[in-house]
Design a protein around this ligand. Structure first.
Ligand code: DC
Length: 222
């Protein structure tokens, strides 16, 4: 742990827009960015590739501890293959939520996430950034939006990528994923008691980014 290096922890449910906001905040401050969900998506992809069932917790933890991944120039390389796009599939998102419930997987990914804490600072996006991984972060945000709004945002994103999806199915998948992420025993999704709550249902990503930057500047002035 390097407590002197500031971390802005941004947690929240799927499709809340936290990835967009976290990246914009990191860019504005010149900070590093950790998309912790990508690590869980990578474990899910490795499990799908190796045929390991979601019930085999030992095999999943082993895959997580041996993950051969490189983050290079905005690309994600797993076992020398560019998987930047493929881990964004709904299958990997759903798998990530399943492997994320396995304590051995979470333990195996802990140090890998903390290694992103480098000068001048880090913006970390996930489910347990403020509660577990960077519990000492000076600024924590719990970013959310109504589930219908999130389903519509995800629908728009997928449409832009030319991926077919129906709104009722996306809504059901999001509700299932929220329930799994919030009710698991290991590091469940919940706001840290010291987090700022930010509901973006009726807020643009730009306005949400500005709000986070305002909170951060306020902290610096103290
Ligand atoms: O942020 P995302 O949609 O890429 O995350 C996909 C899944 O990964 C999410 O549903 C739960 C899991 N996850 C987690 O358990 N802990 C994190 N810090 C980030 C993601």
């Amino acid at each position: 742990m390097k407590p002197s290096i500031p971390v802005i922890a941004i947690d929240g449910p799927s499709a809340s827009g936290k990835g967009t906001v976290a990246q914009a905040v990191a860019k504005a401050l010149g900070f590093h960015f950790l998309d912790s969900g990508s690590l869980y998506r990578l474990v899910a992809l490795a499990a799908l590739n190796s045929g390991s069932p979601w019930s085999d917790e030992k095999a999943l933890a082993e895959l997580a501890s041996k993950l051969d991944v490189k983050f290079r120039d905005g690309l994600i390389i797993l076992n020398n293959q560019d998987v930047t796009e493929s881990i964004r599939s709904e299958a990997c998102g759903e798998g990530a939520s399943r492997v994320g419930a396995v304590p051995g997987v979470r333990d195996a990914l802990l140090q890998r996430q903390r290694a992103f804490r480098q000068p001048p600072g880090l913006v970390a996006d996930g489910r347990d950034m403020g509660t577990v991984v960077f519990a000492d972060a000076p600024l924590k945000i719990y970013l959310t939006a109504g589930v219908e709004t999130r389903a519509e945002r995800r629908h728009k994103q997928l449409k832009q990528k030319g991926i077919a999806a129906t709104l009722p199915l996306l809504l059901r998948d999001l509700q299932e994923r929220d329930l799994r992420d919030m009710s698991r025993a290991a590091a469940p999704l919940k706001p840290s008691p010291d987090a700022h709550l930010l509901d973006t249902t009726a807020m643009s990503a730009e306005a949400a980014t500005e709000q986070v930057l305002t909170w951060y500047r306020g902290l610096r002035e103290k």
